[in-house]
Ligand binder design. Structure first.
Ligand code: 3HC
Length: 314
């Protein structure tokens, strides 16, 4: 078949809801889009360990410390699943990490904000993992097999992440005046960056249209953002916190909440290295990566030795 026939046959598989697997023929652009999205998803999971990891030694109780430790470890595992999923497309871990370090690859801008109080850990679990769940539940139906399967495992763990964050906020909101104010302050700082996690408006999205045709995306940025707002408003009301948006109100005709406009200048700034913690997040990753070089060398040397032993006996 010529290129055009191959593309037609590929699209027919997508339309028939077949999963595309690593050994299958796929358009070069489909492969490139998956490498871009999956590797950036993985970078987000790994960089996202920093803001919360900042509070592991300062958690208010041993119980909270254990929960936060488990969550941050989960995020590291999510990053590894996703890097492994991206590697099935022919890119190496080193290439992905290099793209992160040069700025050629992005990660979720939400992680460029500081975690100033313990309530920020609650706001991240509740709002950031909450937004991630909305997005990732949809991605369980993505057309690329390894990505879809990684999402199933990740979504199970994200639910625990969101619940523990919401519980932190619930306890603080029911606590002293100062504790409730700390929780409200965290919501005020994390609400809008959480809405930015769903990307630009559909009309401004560079990739959505094609990626919906290829079913890499199953719902658009604005659809998922709306779903997150609708579910989160009641959660905030239930614990007596307010979302910092004067335009937020129920629209009976739409059966949805209307909400205000995101500061897209801030979105661009925080996404392209201008966030409050952008520089320190990447510097920390570069330093940790360099410190871990000996671990990678040792594991590769061991793997090589194992391979030689197997070849010697076969
Ligand atoms: N932060 C940084 N960059 C963003 C962004 C954000 N919140 N939203 C969009 N962008 C970037 C896109 O990467 C793209 O840039 P690029 O061409 O250089 O890659 C550009 O803005 C245009 O956006 P598009 O909407 O056209 O891009 P996509 O079609 O890729 O949609 C997306 C963006 C919705 C984030 C999509 O990539 C996606 O669904 N990714 C998978 C989910 C994901 O990455 N989640 C990150 C959070 S991980 C997490 O929350 C961990 C949790 O456990 C704490």
């Amino acid at each position: 078949m010529d290129e055009s026939d191959l593309n037609d046959a590929f699209q027919a598989r997508i339309d028939a809801e077949e999963k595309i697997e690593p050994g299958d023929w796929m358009p070069a652009r489909y492969r490139q889009q998956l490498i871009r999205q999956i590797s950036q998803h993985a970078h987000s999971e790994i960089i996202g360990m920093q803001p919360e990891g900042n509070w592991i030694t300062r958690a208010p109780t041993l119980n909270r410390k254990c929960i936060l430790l488990a969550k941050v470890q989960d995020e590291g595992g999510h990053g590894l699943y996703l890097y492994s999923s991206a590697e099935t497309l022919g890119i190496s871990r080193d290439e992905m990490v290099a793209a992160l370090h040069t700025g050629a690859a992005k990660y979720a801008s939400i992680f460029n904000y500081p975690t100033l109080t313990w309530a920020d850990v609650g706001a991240i679990g509740w709002l950031v993992d909450g937004a991630a769940i909305v997005n990732q539940v949809s991605l369980q139906r993505t057309s690329y097999g390894p990505y879809a399967r990684a999402m199933v495992r990740i979504c199970k763990e994200e639910s625990f992440h969101q619940r523990q964050g919401y519980h932190i906020m619930m306890v603080l909101a029911a606590g002293s005046v100062e504790q409730k104010q700390m929780a409200q302050d965290a919501v005020n700082r994390f609400w809008w960056p959480s809405l930015m996690m769903f990307g630009p408006h559909d009309a401004d999205s560079a990739h959505s249209a094609q990626n919906m045709v290829w079913k890499i995306k199953r719902q658009t940025n604005d659809e998922l953002r709306q779903k997150f707002v609708d579910q989160t408003v009641q959660q905030a009301e239930a614990i007596g916190l307010t979302l910092p948006d004067p335009d937020l109100k129920w629209n009976e005709a739409r059966g949805r909440y209307d909400f205000g406009e995101i500061d897209w200048d801030e979105f661009q700034r925080s996404m392209t290295g201008g966030g409050p913690c952008s520089r320190q997040r990447l510097a920390h990753h570069r330093e940790a990566h360099a410190e871990g070089e000996w671990v990678r060398e040792a594991s590769q040397a061991w793997a090589k030795k194992q391979k030689q032993r197997k070849e010697a006996v076969s």
